[in-house]
Design a protein. Structure first.
Length: 579
């Protein structure tokens, strides 16, 4: 089992805290596939938070030229970590597959509530990428669609298109989400005719759960599911489902029905409904008071499925009429506080250059573990002396820290507007790791999908070690790093952290052997300060470039998402404990 500590010092719960894995508990995530050619072809990207930081009066000036996007009213509330991407970019789609799988998400529902758009190009690209990720060992979420909030001819046409283009032809059937024994759509079937065999067949093919659009009214019948509500949320379909949201674009002046997010008093990230108040701490948007209150309610109700809003919407149109905004409205997203995306962003940093844009990702995981429970992790096998050049000696060493293959990929794809993204960092694809020890030495093993590149390559096969499992010591908790300095042909350097900053001094040496796609390292326990008990966290990283900008730390935690490969990914660490 992996662990992580978020930028606020909150450690993920372990088995003892989360409890035994429960049966029939599911997490659904609202997911946006609309970042595709139908939505991205305009002049320049607009970032509301950046615009208002530079031009604070523009919020009162609907015709201010800073709002001109050159052919679109679309604006981002902030920049996603992977840039202003399209949801046809295989690099981003693969990252999403792994991150959502690692979070314990079981199904994503694509936002197709705006008829007639199904965003076909995106869902086809996603299914192709996620199917390959599944083959590479990723437990990818299943997929489904959230259709318009009400029966209509347009909704019927969308269901028919999905049936004919995806379900009838069994396209990527292993990715379908099923409920009550049938593929599920979150939509209305009222307008599906029953006077011909084809429509009757289509209507009977799915389990339908109509979506309730409103935030406060609750279910109007016992088949509906919710997608976003104010606290305290309702149970849907006899406690099948409960909605949990990051924030809600509503306010008391609108009787808690949907409104623009740029209206004063909307229920942002720092709001709590129990006391009808806002967290007033500095940077309160980071702490997720709204999200946590909603999770607490969802866990208390204990449904079969919790529907989370949401992952990666990020954009909102600027509407000059309607939705109560003055003099214009940003409805579903607005700024750092008034937004509801969990996917990490590239905007939240502290004054020392430490990354904080992924706090909601780990808050999600904390609560998923509490809701679903966990399996107990495996502890270290018995002591064993490893002959350094014998890779076969590792066969019976446990735990076996497996990781996904196929994710050290390159990127070359257009984004929104005039953006284009290139990355050639993908190099060594890390797929396995182990640790062994005896009275004098500790040994590390790592395996890649194909033969390792030269040890003289820059940023080659670094091993980060948190020796005391304490984030408050070391850089991002890491007290030592192996291969911070380029190794020689058979020996390398272990570097020790200095003062908690991203600075390192030599702590000692190690011996190593590379044979094809396998490497073994041997170092004295004393180099890491190990005397008796071993309880550490570790992470392998390949091709994480050093930052050379003056005054900035050499590394930041966002690179664990974007470097060549990290095992495990993101902020996760493997845990090695000798009982």
């Amino acid at each position: 089992m992996w662990t992580a500590t978020d930028p606020l010092g909150r450690k993920l719960p372990d088995y003892e805290q989360a409890g035994t894995k429960k049966k029939n508990k599911y997490i659904a995530m609202f997911y946006w596939t609309w970042h595709n050619p139908n939505m991205v072809s305009y002049g320049t990207v607009g970032n509301i938070s950046q615009i208002l930081k530079e031009n604070p009066n523009a919020i009162k000036e609907k015709d201010n030229p800073v709002w001109d996007r050159g052919g679109s009213n679309t604006h981002f509330w902030g920049e996603p970590l992977f840039g202003y991407y399209r949801t046809t970019d295989p690099y981003v789609l693969r990252k999403h597959a792994e991150m959502l799988a690692d979070a314990g998400v079981d199904v994503v529902f694509f936002d197709c509530t705006n008829a007639p758009f199904l965003w076909d190009e995106s869902y086809n690209a996603l299914m192709k990428t996620w199917d390959q990720a599944r083959k590479d060992g990723v437990k990818v979420p299943k997929i489904s669609f959230l259709l318009p909030f009400g029966p209509s001819d347009a909704s019927y046409d969308m269901i028919k298109r999905l049936y004919n283009d995806v379900y009838k032809v069994r396209k990527y059937q292993n990715l379908w989400f099923t409920w009550q024994g049938k593929p599920m759509l979150m939509g209305y079937n009222d307008n599906i005719p029953t006077n011909n065999a084809e429509d009757r067949e289509m209507k009977n093919f799915f389990t339908f759960r109509p979506g309730q659009a409103d935030y406060v009214n609750g279910p109007s019948n016992n088949t509906q599911w919710g997608w976003l509500e104010i606290y305290p949320q309702n149970k849907y379909a006899y406690n099948e489902e409960v909605a949990v949201g990051v924030a809600q674009n509503t306010c008391a002046s609108n009787y808690y029905h949907a409104s623009a997010f740029n209206i004063p008093g909307t229920l942002g990230r720092s709001y709590t409904g129990k006391n009808k108040s806002w967290d007033t701490r500095p940077d309160s948007y980071l702490y997720g008071a709204n999200f946590q209150e909603q999770w607490d309610r969802g866990i208390q109700l204990d449904p079969y499925l919790i529907f989370v809003t949401g992952w990666n919407e990020y954009i909102a149109g600027k509407w000059d009429t309607g939705w109560q905004g003055d003099p214009f409205s940003f409805v579903d997203q607005f700024d750092w506080e008034h937004s509801r995306d969990i996917e990490p962003n590239n905007e939240w940093w502290d004054a020392d250059g430490n990354y904080r844009g992924d706090t909601y990702y780990y808050q999600l995981i904390q609560n998923v573990r509490k809701f679903k429970g966990m399996t107990q992790r495996e502890y270290a096998s018995e002591t064993k002396t490893i002959k350094l050049d014998s890779m076969a000696a590792w066969t019976d060493v446990k735990p076996d820290f497996r990781h996904y293959k196929g994710n050290a990929i390159k990127r070359a794809h257009a984004g929104h507007a005039d953006k284009y993204y290139n990355s050639s960092l993908g190099r060594n694809d890390i797929v396995d790791a182990k640790i062994a020890r005896d009275a004098e030495y500790i040994y590390f093993y790592v395996e890649t999908a194909s033969a390792m590149t030269s040890p003289q390559d820059e940023n080659w096969m670094m091993l980060f070690i948190d020796i005391d499992r304490n984030k408050s010591t070391g850089w991002e908790g890491y007290d030592y790093v192996v291969n911070y300095e380029t190794p020689d042909a058979s020996t390398g350097t272990v570097s020790k952290n200095v003062g908690g900053k991203c600075e390192w001094d030599k702590a000692g040496d190690f011996d190593y052997v590379v044979k094809g796609n396998k490497m073994a390292i041997r170092m004295k326990r004393s180099v890491l300060g190990i005397k008796d008990k071993i309880d550490l966290e570790f992470k392998w990283v390949d091709n994480m470039p050093k930052n050379t900008e003056s005054g900035k730390p050499e590394y930041n935690a966002s690179q664990f998402y974007t470097c060549g490969d990290a095992a495990p990914g993101a902020r996760f660490n493997f845990i090695y404990t000798v009982k």
